[in-house]
Structures are given as structure tokens and as C-alpha cells.
Design a binder for this molecule. Structure first.
Ligand code: TTP
Ligand code: MG
Length: 587
């Protein structure tokens, strides 16, 4: 992650998210202040009722009650207005923030995802966002509302009697401090509870997803114990949080009582001596009650602001992360061409200090099929991932039809390259939507044609709802070979100039492999194709073979060339020969 920005900067930037909502913020604050003012005025009049009763001015009563009711209506109306406006604005701010975070997440490079854990990123996108959302949505409005209430009430009580006012205000620092303290100590605990709950969910999820492994190793008991341990951790922390609540909440209710007792004693004596009217005595008690909530909330608010800022910092770390791989200024679309690929003295490493590809010079002819072979870890996947610019080279260049991939827009580059991974990821959507993923405007015919080319149409039609069948979580309802063919169809529907198949047939049985191979034969027509393969039968599709060893090209040629000269190829050849006989028998 990038260097963390400073606390104050983060706070200012967070507030910056409110800029588009200045008007509605302003109106909300005015309405909030208005409703509190009506509340204060109503409370004041309640005291006047007591005075009227005390002085037997009964004719004033109906007027006073009517005025109190009218103020109540004003209060209710302004409150409703504030809730409507502020509520909508809070949701809009949340939407903006979420959009900003996700817009960044989808743009970040593969390198970023290599360096960061999914769980970490997910928590930023959810928990931290939640921490900020409430504060940004309502925090400022509440702040102004509380400050106004405290100031307004303080002013009125000082106006009534400054000595009594001092007594009631004296409680404020203590109340704010205790509320702040509560918010301060409870938060880390609540966050731990949340974290432990995530742990419980993780164990539960892994056990459900990995149920086959758990059962086949007879580890149900051990897994249950693990689960119980984590659940007990949640229990322990929750009990602790409960203990805090049991202490602080009554404490927060008790503190104002001290002030009230003082006012009852001192004020009562003043009333008895005639230096304070009964009405003012009533007012004091009511105003004191009015103060309690804002004072408590203000204390909590400070804690909330700190947490929101901490969460904001983590969110901004994502938002500020440089995109590493993005369109260079002045990038143009990849010009039309036939799909010739050239690597020129390419050196590349995931960590620049440890290259995994060394000084590779390789030219792949347009429209030809090249098989990339080599031992595991030789760098085949790495080499292929440089073409769609999943990563940038450290030295040298990769070009398509004579144009450096770094000079063209990513969208135009990737549109021309279909990548099929070994274990392709399919979305929980219909087969049709999965195939049309790269080209949402594809017609049904396009989808069916692509499926047909990939030899997938046959099995898709036997699915319960054909192309409208929704693929289950992680593609569970399709077999490995079926998933792979859907992935091939997905790559073909965009009609790319270049096709890259990474180990595409390593995980399937011979019959399926034969079917996929048939699909490929069609799919590869008029495209430059790179097949990373281990099976001889797949390699047989290629016009040429490139052998990679330890990040270097060590040989290239036709099958016949390599059969004589290359050890790696001979190894596969001996092993794969049996495969081929078997495959042909079955197919
Ligand atoms: P690969 O390019 O993944 O090697 P490969 O595709 O030839 O191997 P396989 O047949 O098993 O698929 O890896 C080359 C080196 O790069 C290896 O040392 C692992 C390393 N590597 C990373 O550090 N990060 C990555 O994301 C990948 C894909 C590889
Ligand atoms: Mg690989």
C-alpha cells in the first residue's frame, strides 16, 4: 500500500465526499437546528405553564398549551424533513464512496492482487466502508445539532439563573469524557468481535466448500473442535463487551442524576426563598434532561470521528494506489493487423530483483499455432501473461503487429487477446451470460456459434435450461472439462486476433481432451495461438514448438526437429505417446 496520508488530511478528504451535497447538507443542518430550537422553546413554555398555575392565571393555559402543540408540530415537521433529506444524502455519499473504492479495485493490476490478501481487501471494501458511511452521512449534521442544542440550552439556562446554570453545566465535561471513554474502549473490542466472527465464518465456509476433503480424511471431529474454539473466542469477547456496556451505560445515566439532585436541592431552596419562580425551577429540570443526550452523543461522536478517519485512511490507501498498468498518455487503439507477436530481449520478474524470464527473443508468426512447453516453473504462464499486459516487462519489449503493447489502450489490446486459464472462473450467472461476458452485446447466434466452435453446444443443450442454466457457485454444476469449453467459447465470442490457452487440457480426461482439441482446431483458424501444453496430443495441434527452460528459450522447431534435439520434448514425447494411443482408442 502507498504511504498513509496524515490524519488531518484524511479527515479533510473524507469531508470532501460531502462536497456535491453542500446544499442538502445545509438544509439538513438548518432543519435539525430548527427542530431543536422548537424543542427548546416548547420546553421553555412548559415552565410558563407551571408559572401560570402558580399565579392562578388560568386564562393563559389554553394559549400556552396551544403554543406548545404548535411548536411540537414544527418540531415534528422539521425532523421529518431533516430525516428525508439527510437520509437520502447519507445513502448517496455511501454510494459514491463504494463506487470510488470498487472503481479502483477493478482497475488495479495483477501485481497489486499478488501482493495483497483477498480478505484484507474485502474488509476495506465492506467493514471500513461501513465505518465511514454512517459518519459521513449523518455525523456532521448530528454534530451541528448537538452543538446547537448544548449552546442553546446553556444560553437559556444562564439567562434564567447563572448559578443554577453553572451547576447543570458542570456535569458536561464528565459526561462527555465518560461517553468518549466508553466509545474508545468499546470500539477495539467490538472490532475484535467482528474479526472473530469473520474467523468463524471462514471456518464454516471452508468446511462447506471443502466438505469432500474433510470427510475423506475423516476430520469432522477436528474441524468441529476448531469451529468450537473460534466460536468460544467470539463468546468470550462478547461477554467482555457486555460487561463494558453493563458498566458504562448505567454510569452515563447516573451522572446527570448528580446534577439533577444538586439542582433540586439548590433550586428548591431558591424557590422556597422566592428567588426563583416555580416555572424556572421546572424549566431547569426539563432543560437538564434535554442536555443529557447531546452531551453523551458528542462524546461518542468524537470516538466515531476517530474511527471513521482510521477507516478512511485504509480506504484511501486503496484509492491512492497507483494503477501500475494503465493506459499511457496518448495511447491509441491497437491498429488492425494479423496478430504477429514479438518479444525482444524481454526480461521480467514479479519482483524486479528476481527475474523469471531472461532476455527472451521470440517472434511468433501471425495465424500460426505455437505450443509452449517446459518444466513446471519454467515461466510459460509468465511469458504468456506479458502479451495482454497483465504485467509489464522490466527490460525489452513485447509487440503485436509491430506496435509495443505499452503504447496501445488496454481495452483495445485485451479485446484482441482471448485468454483461457487452466481453471477458468465462471460467474454465478447463466451459461449465456458467461459466454457473452467479454461482449455483452453478443446476439444469441454469436453465443451459440462460439459454443459450437468450442464443442460446448452439445452438453449445454442437455443442461436443464440450456443456455439459460445458471451456473452454481464456483461453477460446481459443471465438470472441469465443461467449464473449460465454456471458457473457450467465452474467449471466442469476442473473436480475438490472438488466443492463449494456458494448460487448457491438463485437468481433463482423455475423451474430454479429445473433444476440446476438436473445438480448438476450429477455434484456432486464422488466429495466432499459443498453447501451453503438457500433452503430446495437444502439442500435435501446433505448427511449431517453443521450449522454455528456467526462463529462457532453449529450443524451437517442429515436432520432428525437437524429437531429435531436445530433452524436454523427448520426455513429453515418450510420456505423451501412450496418451495419444489411448485418446484415439476412446475418441
Ligand atoms: P510460471 O510462469 O507460472 O511457470 P510455468 O507456467 O512454466 O509453470 P507451470 O507449468 O507449473 O504452470 O512461473 C515461473 C516463475 O515465476 C516461478 O518461479 C514462479 C514465479 N511466479 C510468481 O512469482 N508469481 C506468479 O504470479 C507466477 C504465475 C509465477
Ligand atoms: Mg503455468
Amino acid at each position: 500500500m502507498v504511504e498513509t496520508p496524515r490524519y488531518r488530511t484524511t479527515f479533510v478528504r473524507l469531508i470532501g465526499f460531502l462536497r456535491p451535497y453542500k446544499l442538502s447538507m445545509g438544509i439538513s443542518i438548518v432543519l435539525a437546528v430548527g427542530s431543536q430550537a422548537a424543542g427548546i422553546a416548547g420546553t421553555f413554555l412548559a415552565g410558563s405553564v407551571a408559572d401560570a398555575l402558580h399565579h392562578r392565571e388560568h386564562h393563559l393555559l389554553p394559549w400556552l398549551v396551544a403554543a406548545i402543540l404548535a411548536l411540537g408540530v414544527v418540531r415534528a415537521a422539521t425532523m421529518a424533513g431533516r430525516r428525508l433529506i439527510a437520509g437520502k444524502q447519507a445513502l448517496a455519499v455511501e454510494l459514491d464512496m463504494r463506487t470510488a473504492v470498487y472503481a479502483k479495485l477493478v482497475r488495479l493490476s495483477f501485481g497489486f492482487y499478488d501482493r495483497h490478501q483477498t480478505g484484507q481487501l474485502m474488509s476495506r471494501a465492506t467493514v471500513d466502508l461501513q465505518g465511514v458511511r454512517f459518519f459521513l452521512g449523518y455525523g456532521l449534521i448530528f454534530f451541528f445539532q448537538h452543538i446547537f442544542t448544548i449552546a442553546g440550552v446553556a444560553l437559556v439556562v444562564f439567562f434564567i439563573d447563572w448559578k443554577l446554570a453553572l451547576i447543570s453545566i458542570a456535569i458536561s465535561p464528565a459526561l462527555i469524557a465518560v461517553a468518549y471513554r466508553y466509545s474508545h474502549v468499546s470500539h477495539p473490542l467490538l472490532r475484535d468481535v467482528q474479526q472473530k466472527m469473520a474467523d468463524v465464518a471462514t471456518v464454516a465456509e471452508e468446511n462447506i466448500v471443502g466438505v469432500h476433503v474433510v470427510k475423506s480424511f475423516a476430520q469432522e471431529g477436528a474441524e468441529q473442535t476448531k469451529f468450537e474454539h473460534r466460536s468460544e473466542a467470539v463468546f468470550g469477547l462478547s461477554v467482555k463487551a457486555n460487561r463494558q456496556r453493563a458498566f458504562y451505560v448505567p454510569m452515563l445515566s447516573f451522572l446527570p442524576l448528580l446534577a439533577q439532585a444538586a439542582i433540586l436541592v439548590v433550586g428548591g431552596r431558591m424557590v422556597a426563598h422566592g428567588s426563583l419562580s416555580v416555572g424556572s425551577f421546572v424549566r431547569f429540570n426539563l432543560f437538564l434532561a434535554m442536555l443529557v443526550m447531546p452531551l453523551r452523543s458528542l462524546g461518542m461522536w468524537i470516538g466515531q470521528a476517530q474511527r471513521a478517519t482510521a477507516s478512511g485512511e485504509r480506504i484511501f490507501q486503496v484509492i491512492d494506489e497507483p494503477e501500475e498498468i494503465s493506459d499511457t498518455p496518448g495511447a491509441h487503439d491497437l491498429p488492425a493487423g494479423s496478430g504477429r507477436i514479438a518479444f525482444e530481449s524481454v526480461t521480467f520478474g514479479y519482483d524486479a530483483a528476481r527475474p523469471v524470464l531472461h532476455d527472451i527473443d521470440l517472434e511468433l508468426e501471425a495465424g500460426k499455432v505455437v505450443a509452449l512447453i517446459g518444466h513446471t516453473g519454467a515461466g510459460k504462464t509468465s511469458l504468456a501473461s506479458l502479451i495482454p499486459r497483465f504485467y509489464d516487462v522490466q527490460h525489452g519489449s513485447v509487440s503485436i503487429d509491430g506496435v509495443d503493447v505499452r503504447e496501445v489502450t488496454l481495452a483495445s489490446l485485451r479485446r484482441e487477446i482471448g485468454v483461457i486459464a487452466q481453471d477458468p472462473f465462471l460467474f454465478s450467472a447463466t451459461v449465456r451470460e458467461n459466454i457473452a461476458f467479454g461482449r455483452p452485446d453478443a446476439t444469441d447466434e454469436d453465443v451459440v456459434r462460439a459454443a459450437h466452435l468450442a464443442q460446448a453446444s452439445e452438453f449445454i443443450e442437455t443442461l436443464p435450461e440450456g443456455y439459460d442454466t445458471v451456473i452454481g457457485e464456483r461453477g460446481i454444476t459443471l465438470s472441469g472439462g465443461q467449464r473449460q469449453r465454456v471458457a473457450i467459447a467465452r474467449a471466442l465470442v469476442v473473436d480475438p486476433r490472438i488466443l492463449i490457452l494456458d494448460d487448457a487440457t491438463a485437468s481433463v480426461d482423455a475423451t474430454t481432451e479429445a473433444k476440446i482439441r476438436e473445438g480448438l482446431r476450429e477455434a484456432m483458424r486464422d488466429r495466432t495461438t499459443i498453447i501451453i501444453a503438457h500433452r503430446l496430443s495437444t502439442i500435435a495441434l501446433a505448427d511449431e514448438i517453443v521450449v522454455l527452460d528456467d526462463g529462457r528459450v532453449v529450443a524451437r522447431g517442429t515436432q520432428e526437429d525437437l524429437a531429435e534435439s531436445n530433452d524436454v520434448y523427448r520426455e513429453i514425447h515418450e510420456h505423451g505417446m501412450l496418451e495419444r494411443v489411448f485418446t484415439e482408442e476412446v475418441a
